[in-house]
Design a protein around this ligand. Structure first.
Ligand code: MLT
Length: 265
C-alpha cells in the first residue's frame, strides 16, 4: 500500500511517501530533486517498508525561509522516522542525500542500521566550490530555478543517458523546475557550509554499500572508490553507462546490487 503522510518538523511540514510493510528503508534524495527520483526503488523491494521524504524546500514539502543545514535536514529525517514508527532504518542517500546521512551518522547513529551511499562524497566544498554555490543561490533568487536547471542538467545525467534517453532528460528537467527557489537557495548554502566527513568514514561500523555511476562527473568513481576503501565494512559497485543519478539511469542494475546487499544484512 502506498500512502503520503505529512510530517511536521521544526518550522515546516514534509511530505513523505510510505510504501509497504516490513523492515524500514529510508531513501534520501539529492539536489535539486525530490523523492520521485527513487521511483524504481520504491516500486520494488515489496518485503521492505520504503520511506521516501521530500526534504524541506523540495517536492511537495514546505519551503520555509529559515535555516537550511545538514544538521537540520538530518534532524528532519529523525522526525520522519519517529512519525512512521521506525526505530532504525537502512538509510540510502544520493549525493546531497549522502551528505545528510553523514550528518545523521554523527548526530543519531543509533537510527542507522546500514548505509547505502550513491554518487556522493565525504569531502567538504573547496573555497572555489563554496563561491560557486553562492553564485548559483544568488542566480536562483534573482532569476528563478530555470537558469539553475540549465547549468546543472548536463552534470546530473551521464553521456549515455543524455544521448539515448531524452525522455529521462525531460523527466529530470521537470523535477528540477518544480523545486521552489527558497529550497534551492537554502540547499546550496547548506551544502556550501557542510562539514568535511572524511574523518567519519573510518568510524562507520554498519554494513555499507557504495554505488558509483561510471560516467558520473560530479562524484566520479575516482572519488567514490577511495571513499569506500576508508569504510571498514563497505562494498563498492560501479555501474556502467550511468552518470550522477545512477538509481534513475540504471534502475535494474542498482536494484540488483541493492537486493544483494539487503539480503546480506
Ligand atoms: C546532488 O546531486 O545532490 C548534488 O549534485 C550535490 C552537490 O552539488 O554537491
Amino acid at each position: 500500500m502506498t500512502t503520503f503522510v505529512r510530517v511536521p518538523v521544526e518550522g515546516a511540514a514534509l511530505t513523505v511517501q510510505v510504501r509497504g510493510d516490513g523492515a524500514p528503508i529510508l531513501f534520501v534524495h539529492g539536489f535539486p530533486l525530490d523523492q520521485s527520483m527513487w521511483t524504481h526503488q520504491l516500486a520494488g523491494f515489496s518485503a521492505w517498508r520504503r520511506i521516501a521524504p521530500d526534504l524541506r524546500g523540495a517536492g511537495d514539502s514546505e519551503a520555509p525561509t529559515g535555516e537550511y543545514s545538514m544538521a537540520r535536514y538530518a534532524d528532519d529525517l529523525v522526525m520522519v522516522l519517529d512519525a512512521v514508527g521506525a526505530e532504525r532504518a537502512v538509510c540510502c542517500g544520493l549525493s546531497m542525500g549522502g551528505y545528510i546521512l553523514f550528518e545523521l551518522m554523527r548526530r543519531h547513529p543509533e537510527r542507522v542500521r546500514a548505509l547505502v551511499l550513491c554518487d556522493t562524497k565525504a569531502e567538504a566544498d573547496t573555497p572555489q566550490g563554496k563561491q560557486g554555490r553562492e553564485e548559483l543561490a544568488a542566480l536562483a533568487e534573482r532569476e528563478g530555478v530555470a537558469p539553475v536547471a540549465e547549468r546543472l542538467l548536463p552534470k546530473l545525467l551521464g553521456l549515455t543517458t543524455r544521448s539515448r534517453d531524452l525522455g529521462l532528460v525531460e523527466t529530470v528537467r521537470a523535477m528540477v523546475l518544480r523545486s521552489p527557489v527558497t529550497g534551492v537557495a537554502g540547499a546550496l548554502r547548506a551544502m556550501r557550509d557542510r562539514p568535511d566527513s572524511t574523518a567519519l568514514l573510518g568510524e562507520i561500523r554498519v554494513p555499507t554499500l557504495v554505488v558509483a555511476g561510471a560516467e558520473d562527473e560530479l562524484t566520479p568513481p575516482a572519488v567514490m572508490q577511495p571513499m569506500a576503501r576508508r569504510i571498514r565494512e563497505a562494498r563498492y559497485v560501479e555501474v556502467p553507462s550511468a552518470g550522477h543519478l545512477t538509481p534513475l539511469e540504471r534502475p535494474d542494475a542498482v536494484n540488483e546490487v541493492l537486493r544483494d546487499f539487503l539480503a546480506s544484512l
